[in-house]
Design a protein around this ligand. Structure first.
Ligand code: CMP
Length: 139
């Protein structure tokens, strides 16, 4: 089925001018960018977005990193978009990411791993609503 998923191009990637190269990977895989904006998160907003990781030892590092420089938040649409996006991103840790994936090519570490993607339909819906209103989604 056609799905939508929330993607974030993270500060390590925007800093290195990789937005276009990463978007090309999504588009080449058949994912359509149906909404996109560049924003700078506060630490509080990053903490709200990643609330599920609040108890993890890396939570402080994660939220400071995500607020450190601009991010590009986007909605990707396509057949099986959630799984397809995760395939294109590669494993969370770039050391484990398959060749040709975004994280294998661009990520610097498990924390500074260039992209985020929703992991399931429920989280995709929540994460899209966190950043976008219905009016901003133009399929
Ligand atoms: P993401 O898919 O955005 O979801 C949570 C993020 O936490 C994850 O990608 C990583 O960037 C980050 N993360 C996971 N494990 C670690 C870790 N051990 N140290 C620092 N950051 C981590």
């Amino acid at each position: 089925a056609t799905e939508r998923t929330l993607s974030i191009i993270k500060p390590d990637a925007t800093r290195r001018n990789l937005t276009g190269k990463i978007n090309a990977k999504f588009e080449d895989a058949g994912l359509r960018i149906v909404a996109q904006k560049r924003i700078q998160l506060t630490i509080a907003q990053a903490g709200e977005f990643y609330a599920v990781h609040k108890e993890r030892p890396f939570f402080g590092e994660l939220t400071e990193f995500m607020a450190s420089e601009p991010v590009v938040v986007q909605v990707l649409e396509g057949e099986g978009a959630i799984a397809k996006n995760r395939e294109v991103m590669g494993a969370t840790n770039p050391a484990d990411a398959a060749p040709g994936t975004i994280r294998a090519e661009f990520a610097e570490s498990v924390g500074e791993n260039s992209v985020h993607g929703s992991d399931a339909p429920e989280t995709a819906a929540q994460e899209i609503a966190f950043f976008f209103s219905g009016l901003e989604l133009v399929g």
